[in-house]
Write a protein that binds this ligand. Structure first.
Ligand code: HXC
Length: 260
C-alpha cells in the first residue's frame, strides 16, 4: 500500500521481516493521527501476512519519534478527546500477535518513548535519547508512560523521568533495562534485522505463544502468570512444530517448522 507518513518494506535473507519506518522527518516523526492510522494498518497487515516472522518499527537518525503531534493536539479539549477516543488507534500495535522490535536512533520522546515501550524489544543506537517530556508542556504521558515505564525501570527512576521531563541517553536506558542492547548508529538497523531474522527461524506459532506468556508477566499476579505459562507450555505439546522441534534435535538435524 501507498502511505504518506510511513514507509514499509520486507527485508532479510528469507524476506520474512516486515519493517515500518516512521517518515515525517521534518516534524521529527511527530505521531499525528494520520501517521498512527497508517502505522496501525501496516502492523495489522504484517501481523496477518504468513510470510512475516517479526516486525521492526524504526525512524531516522535524528528521531524515532518526538512524541504526539503537539501542533495537532494543542486545540483538543477534554470533550473532544473523549468523543473521538483520542489515542484509540494505538491499540493495533499492542494487539499485534507477532514480535515487534523498536530500533531507536535519535529522539524517542513522549508518545515516541511510549510507542517504543509498546514494542516487545527495544534496540537503540548510541545517540538515542529517551524521555517523557509531557510535563514541560503541561500534560502527562497518555499512552503508557506512567504505567509501562515503572515496570521497565522501577518507581524512582520512572518518577524522575516523568516529573522532570529530562532525557536519558541510550547507555543509561540500557542500564535501567528499558533498552536491551545499544549499537553504533550505523549498525543499529542491521543488528535489529539480524534479531528479527533469528526470531523468524522459529515456529511462528510457538513464538506467538511465548510472546503471550511473557506479556502475562505484566498483566497479572505471579501465581496466575505461572498457571498461564504452564497451560501454554502444555499447549505447545498439541502442536506439530513442538514435535518437529524435539524430533529434529534427537535426529541431529535442523527443524522444519510448519507454523502448525
Ligand atoms: C509537533 C514537533 C514535535 C512534536 C518536534 N516537532 N517535536 N511537532 N509535535 N512533538 C517539530 C518542531 O516544531 C519543528 O518544526 C521540527 O519538528 C524540528 O524540531 P526542533 O524543535 O526545531 O528541533 P530541535 O531544536 O533539534 O529539538 C528537538 C526536540 C524538540 C528536543 C525533540 O523538538 C522537542 O522538544 N520536541 C517536543 C518533544 C515533546 O515534548 N514531546 C512530547 C509531546 S507530548 P517547525 O516546523 O516548527 O520548525 C506527547 C503526549 C503523549 O507525546 C500522549 C500519548 C501519545
Amino acid at each position: 500500500p501507498q502511505y504518506e507518513n510511513i514507509k514499509t518494506d520486507v527485508v532479510g535473507s528469507k524476506k520474512n521481516v516486515g519493517i515500518i519506518q516512521l517518515n515525517r522527518p521534518k516534524a521529527l516523526n511527530a505521531l499525528c493521527d494520520a501517521l498512527f492510522k497508517e502505522l496501525g494498518k501496516a502492523v495489522e497487515d504484517f501481523d496477518a501476512d504468513e510470510k512475516i516472522g517479526a516486525i521492526i518499527i524504526t525512524g531516522n537518525e535524528k528521531a524515532f519519534a518526538a512524541g504526539a503531534d503537539i501542533k495537532e493536539m494543542q486545540d483538543n479539549t477534554f470533550s473532544s478527546n473523549t468523543r473521538q477516543g483520542f489515542l484509540k488507534d494505538w491499540e493495533s500495535v499492542s494487539n499485534c500477535g507477532k514480535p515487534i522490535i523498536a530500533a531507536v536512533n535519535g529522539f524517542a520522546l513522549g508518545g515516541g518513548c511510549e510507542l517504543a515501550m509498546l514494542c516487545d524489544i527495544i534496540y537503540a543506537g548510541e545517540k538515542a535519547k529517551f524521555g517523557q517530556p509531557e510535563i514541560n508542556i503541561g500534560t502527562i504521558p497518555g499512552a503508557g508512560g506512567t504505567q509501562r515505564l515503572p515496570r521497565y525501570v522501577g518507581k524512582s527512576k520512572a518518577m524522575e523521568i516523568v516529573l522532570t521531563g529530562n532525557f536519558i541517553d541510550a547507555n543509561e536506558a540500557e542500564r535501567m533495562g528499558l533498552v536491551s542492547r545499544v549499537f553504533p548508529v550505523e549498525k543499529l538497523l542491521e543488528e535489529t534485522i539480524k534479531l528479527a531474522e533469528r526470531i523468524g527461524t522459529h515456529s511462528p506459532l510457538v513464538v506467538k505463544m511465548a510472546k503471550q506468556a511473557v506479556n502475562q508477566a505484566y498483566e497479572t499476579t505471579l501465581k496466575s502468570g505461572l498457571q498461564y505459562e504452564k497451560s501454554m507450555f502444555y499447549g505447545t505439546f498439541a502442536t506439530e512444530d513442538r514435535k518437529e522441534g524435539m524430533t529434529a534435535f534427537v535426529e541431529k538435524r535442523a527443524p522444519n517448522f510448519k507454523n502448525n
